[in-house]
Design a protein around this ligand. Structure first.
Ligand code: SF4
Length: 337
């Protein structure tokens, strides 16, 4: 198997000049696990260590097939709803957050809950509660049916309206045009969200912005890195699962930023060799990145597969360094004594 040569990028994040004829890979940095996903996966692993199998998890702990399969093999039982968990058992709530009625259902069944909701999702929940209490109409930009969106709407169902795409703006109705605020799902495309905000503001000039960015740092950083490398890429491969919102957005961002093609893959084996030979000729530069719920081992697999096809020189394209770490949920923190 060919080995990978890791080359460097300059201080601006742009790759140093590649050999003019060589096939190459541009590797986005940052990519992969964010602080919220890291915390959620570690929470489940520690719950298994501390309490033994089975540990029940409501919904996929994070939206990644490999992570879910690995945890299932270790004794995690994924359920759709808390009423599928035996009374008194332990249940972990996923990183995407839950509506208050899910906490009530779990309490009714005497479940021992560990809430692995990402603190940055919790922040949006708290904003929704606060603006609802203050009598605002809350316009939540997000995707219908996504677990995070369901959880946020559940905080104030009478006050939150979902705005799913530009076309939805026309049908928004508010009680008082001077008391309207927009919030958003954490994993959206930054550019598309701002387009929706502009359109909303045309209808509601006094629309308030959220107190701070709802689209999280990890989503933004991964999109920025893809934008930096995509203009040089004939092909961008995003490692991530179909149900991962932020991974899907990376495909869209890559195409929007100038990549000729972009595909989402769960595993290296999902790469179709025909992608490397489009009608325009053999691909020279491939961009690689991964969604915020993707373990690095899957990216390594993709790089090795590409090396097998001659793409064995890898140039990191670094646009940010991430150092954020979230404390584990209280119930699962190591005992300090
Ligand atoms: S993508 Fe952002 S909001 Fe979602 S878990 Fe990661 S840090 Fe939290």
């Amino acid at each position: 198997m060919p080995t990978l040569d890791m080359e460097t990028s300059d201080s601006s994040g742009a790759p140093v000049a590649a050999a003019s004829t060589g096939k190459r890979v541009l590797l986005a940095e940052p990519r992969g696990y964010c602080a919220g996903v890291d915390r959620a996966v570690e929470t489940v692993e520690r719950a298994l260590e501390k309490h033994g199998a089975p540990v029940y998890v409501r919904h996929e702990i994070v939206h990644n097939k490999h992570v879910v399969e690995t945890l299932t093999n270790k004794g995690v039982v994924f359920v759709h709803e808390a009423d599928e968990v035996p009374e008194g058992a332990m249940v972990v709530f996923s990183a995407h957050g839950v509506a208050p009625n899910v906490h009530e259902l779990a309490a009714d069944r005497g479940l021992r809950v560990i809430d692995a909701t990402c603190p940055l999702v919790n922040k949006v929940h708290n904003e929704a509660k606060r603006f609802a209490r203050d009598g605002y109409d809350i316009l939540l930009i997000g995707h219908a049916g996504h677990e995070e969106v369901i959880g946020i709407i559940g905080e104030a169902p009478d006050d939150v309206q979902l705005v799913d795409g530009l076309d939805a703006v026309a049908s928004v109705q508010v009680r008082d045009e001077n008391k309207v605020v927009w919030l958003s799902q954490t994993t959206l495309s930054v550019d598309e969200t701002m387009q929706t905000v502009v359109k909303l503001r045309e209808r509601f000039p006094n629309l308030q912005d959220p107190p701070s960015d709802d689209i999280c740092y990890a989503t933004q950083n991964r999109q920025t890195a893809v934008k930096a490398m995509a203009p040089e890429c004939e092909l961008v491969i995003v490692v991530g699962s179909r149900n991962s919102s932020n991974s899907n957005r990376l495909v869209e961002v890559a195409l929007g930023a100038g990549a000729d093609a972009a595909h989402l893959v769960d595993y290296a084996e999902d790469i179709d060799p025909s992608w490397l030979h489009p009608e325009s000729g053999e691909v020279q530069t491939i961009g690689v990145t991964s969604g915020a719920s993707v373990p690095e081992i899957l990216v390594r697999g993709v790089l090795e597969r590409l090396a097998d096809h001659g793409y064995d020189t890898v140039f990191p394209v670094t646009t940010a360094n991430e150092t954020l770490v979230f404390a584990l949920p209280r119930e699962i923190r190591p005992d300090r004594r």
